[in-house]
Every structure is written in C-alpha cells, then in structure tokens.
Design a protein around this ligand. Structure first.
Ligand code: R5P
Length: 282
C-alpha cells in the first residue's frame, strides 16, 4: 500500500496532499534526543512511500535521511521524496575555487534512497540535474498569481533573477510586469530602478523565490513607496523570514505578505499540494 510520510517541516502540506491524492498518512514517531540527535520510527508496512520534508533547517536533512531508511526497512520498494523547500540550493556551482557545491552534495545523499524527486521552485532549475534519479520541478507561481487575480495592476521582480516568475504571474493575473534593474554608479553605489513603467497610484505585487532576511523586499518596497505606488503586496514561494523579516517588511508599508506552504507559516495562504499531486500522478 502507498503511504505519505510527513516530515516535521511539512505537516499541513502532507495533510493537503493526502486529501488531494486520497493516500493515507503513515503513523510515525519523530523525536529529538537531549543532545539534538534525531530518532524516527515508521509504524506501518508499505510498498510505496511519499516522503515530504524540507532540507532546511539542518536537522531536517538528517530527519529526511532517517525517514528514507525507515521507509525502505518497512518495505517501500518505491520512494518519492518531495522537498517543498530545497535548502542548500543557493550554492549551486563553484563561485570561488575550493567551495563545496552544497546543492549537488545534498542531492547525491538524498538519491541514495529515492526513486523520484520533486522540488518546489529550487533556487535554480538546473539543480534537478544533480539528481540521477527522476526529478521534477513543481512551480508555485501560478498558485500565488491566482490569489492576486483582479487585485493588482502590475507584478514586479526585485531583481532580474525573479523576472521569469514576475512574467508568469503577470500572464495569469493579466497585468503588466517589470523588474528592478541594478546599475553600478561607482564601486560602492548601486542604483535600482524600474525602467519604462510609471508605478504612481498603482497596486503592485512584488514576487521572489525566497524571502530570507527581507533585505531585498524592503529595498524594493522603499523604492516603490518613493515613486508613490498606491498599494504594495509581497509574495514569495519560500518564506524563511529570518529575524522577524516579516514584521520589518510589513512596517515599511507592505499591505499583505503571501507565500506558499513550502515553509509553513501564517503567511502560507496558498498551497502547492494539488500541483505536487498532479506531478506524482503523471
Ligand atoms: C536571491 O538570489 C534570491 O532570489 C532572493 O532574492 C534572496 O534570497 C532574498 O534574500 P533576502 O530576503 O535576505 O534579501
């Protein structure tokens, strides 16, 4: 029988996936010992396992490895690993000689006990090529765009890296899109500006893949405020919100923050469960 195994990072997403797929959630125990080590036990036999776990923060990586091991030991011949937020994905190549490529190393470790992988919006698409087993990308942008349909006049990417996301969201919302272009003025001065778009009086949605410290979003909001934007909404796929980044973002004049449920917080207003279910079915 097929079972869903919910890692401790993703209880709600696992529940939603279970409802979408009509696949039960297995009874498991996950404990942390006083020294921080992880213990997992799966209480049911299965022939197929769908494990959902982030590789963030660090302790969830070990938890995932142990869940994979336990699933094999309980009979799973096929293991699909769903990684809503692929932590360690930002180091996706050698930028400077001597660096480890964390996105690749973590992939090699996970695939030891996996037959299929699904990553939700990894930081760079080529990361799925680090897996030698079947690996697919689930895109959370349409879910965010649906939420904002009819509510904004334009979608803005805070940098060129998020431009494709902004374009895709704008096509679904049926509105304009643009991005902040960075021009280096001098060695310590960078100018950020939106070219060919007047944002005055407009309702804007800023979209990015990750909000970590919030620095990128705060800078973008402040610039749009200066240009007299009417309302600013902030969205991302993975809301890490390091050191109360959410509160700081709201404080500079953001009307609402919306993220997917890859990292479960109060801002997880849209789910990627249906998209993951479709990828698992095909
Ligand atoms: C960068 O490449 C990412 O797409 C995000 O823009 C970045 O991770 C956001 O980080 P922070 O919230 O710390 O500015």
């Amino acid at each position: 029988m097929k079972k869903i195994i919910a890692g401790s990072s993703s209880p709600t997403l696992a529940k939603n996936l279970s409802l979408e797929m009509n696949v039960p959630i297995a009874e498991i125990t996950i404990k942390r010992f006083p020294d921080g080590e992880c213990y997992v036990r799966i209480h049911e036999k299965m022939d197929e396992a769908i494990i959902i776990s982030n590789t963030y923060p660090n302790e969830n990586i070990i938890e995932l490895f142990l869940l994979q091991d336990a699933a094999r030991k309980m009979g799973a011949e096929k293991i699909s690993v769903i990684i809503p937020y692929y932590g360690y994905g930002r180091q996706d190549k050698v930028f400077e000689e001597g660096e480890a490529v964390s996105a690749e190393k973590i992939a090699k470790l996970i695939e030891q006990d996996a037959d299929k992988i699904i990553l939700v919006n990894p930081h760079k698409e080529h990361i799925i090529n680090f897996f030698s087993v079947e690996a697919k990308i689930c895109d959370g942008v349409p879910s965010i765009a649906e939420y904002f349909k009819g509510r904004v006049d334009a979608v803005i990417a805070p940098d060129k890296g998020a431009l494709e996301m902004a374009k895709k969201a704008s096509e679904i919302i049926d509105c304009e899109y643009n991005y902040f272009e960075k021009t280096r003025i001098s060695s310590n001065e960078v100018r950020m500006e939106i070219k060919d778009m007047n944002v005055e009086g407009k309702k804007l949605l800023i979209i990015d893949d990750i909000i970590s410290t919030g620095g990128t979003m705060i800078e973008a909001i402040e610039l749009l405020n200066k240009q007299k934007a009417y309302e600013i909404y902030v969205s991302c796929i993975h809301g890490l919100f390091i050191e109360n980044a959410d509160e700081r973002i709201l404080k500079v004049g953001c009307k609402e923050i919306v993220t997917t449920d890859t990292i479960e917080t109060v801002y997880s207003k849209v789910t990627v469960a249906k998209k993951i279910a479709n990828l698992l079915k095909n």
